[in-house]
Design a protein around this ligand. Structure first.
Ligand code: FE2
Length: 296
């Protein structure tokens, strides 16, 4: 394979040509895709008719698959997909769209808020790969915001203010922001907050970016309303249209994004129809901050 990448926006999001992701990739192809990710942070591959096993095999070119434990409220017997696959569809185990009041639907509505996948984990995710098996009939775009551009556009005072801040991230905060608070004690325990630096540096390019997410509930050492005021302000700044690429899905698109450099959200769609989207996640390899002391 000889792949090439065309920018979608000058420095953000690229489309990859010449790749068949069902086949094993050469070292050169993997290197070219990683270089494309470092540069564009989001890569789009069209017409990739992947099975789940092929998607998992492709994903492992970029690192270990992230352990999905503690990332949702789905019970063991409710899984539709095999281990390693994250189900971000609107479908139950029998393949039918969730009932309106289904807890899993309520929980997934949190994905409409801007976030970085797994920022609620002590070691946050590297890449997410999302494969469109059945696309929404109406709506359902995924929007990506460039957190490097957002950092670059901060003025000097704001850069100084945020430089060393550490935020608390938890699914309790993002779901709470949607008014979904009906969680069991076990779920609350699983979703205990972790700490993340607000400014992070990309390990390859050295570029700084804002590590924002709707999973943020407060800033360590700040009063909660002060913290939420600043975080809301930064998220508004970071998601202005100049920094956003909106992906309009076609069936069999595969999109990879770097959670270390971007935020994303899904837009409203017709939930009476199936929207079958399957994610795999590449685990990160380091924490961004020292974690809070607490008993296990
Ligand atoms: Fe997500």
């Amino acid at each position: 394979m000889k792949i090439s990448i065309q920018p979608i926006r000058p420095d953000f999001a690229g489309e990859v040509f010449g790749a068949d992701l069902r086949k094993p990739l050469s070292k050169e192809d993997v290197t070219a895709i990683e270089a494309g990710m470092d540069r564009y942070a989001v890569l789009v591959f069209r017409d990739q008719r992947l099975s789940d096993d092929e998607q998992i095999a492709f994903t492992t070119n970029f690192g270990a698959i992230e352990n999905a434990q503690g990332g949702n409220i789905t019970k063991d017997h409710e899984y539709r997909l095999k281990e390693g696959m994250i189900d971000v569809s609107n479908l139950d185990q029998s393949g039918k769209p969730f009932d309106r009041s289904d807890r899993r639907r309520m929980f997934n509505l949190g994905n409409r808020l801007w976030h970085s996948d797994s920022s609620y984990r002590a070691i946050p995710a590297k890449y997410s790969l999302l494969s469109a098996r059945t696309v929404a009939t109406l709506g359902g775009n995924t929007e990506f915001a460039d957190m490097r551009a957002a950092y670059d556009a901060l003025d000097a005072d704001m850069r100084e203010l945020v430089a060393d801040l550490v935020c608390e991230h938890s699914l309790l905060y993002s779901r709470g922001a949607m008014g979904f608070t009906e969680l069991t004690e076990a779920e609350r325990m699983a979703f205990r907050p972790v700490y993340q630096r607000l400014v992070r540096t990309h390990p390859v390019t050295g570029r700084k970016s804002l590590f924002l997410s709707s999973h943020i509930g407060t800033i360590v050492g700040w009063l909660v309303p002060e913290a939420r005021d600043l975080i809301r302000d930064l998220i508004e700044h970071a998601t202005q249209r100049d920094f956003v690429y909106a992906h309009v899905w076609c069936q069999y698109d595969l999109v990879i994004w770097d959670n270390r450099q971007t935020m994303h959200r899904v837009r409203r769609f017709d939930e009476s129809q199936p929207r079958d989207m399957r994610r795999t996640t590449v685990a990160g390899d380091m924490a961004t901050a020292v974690q809070p002391d607490r008993p296990n």
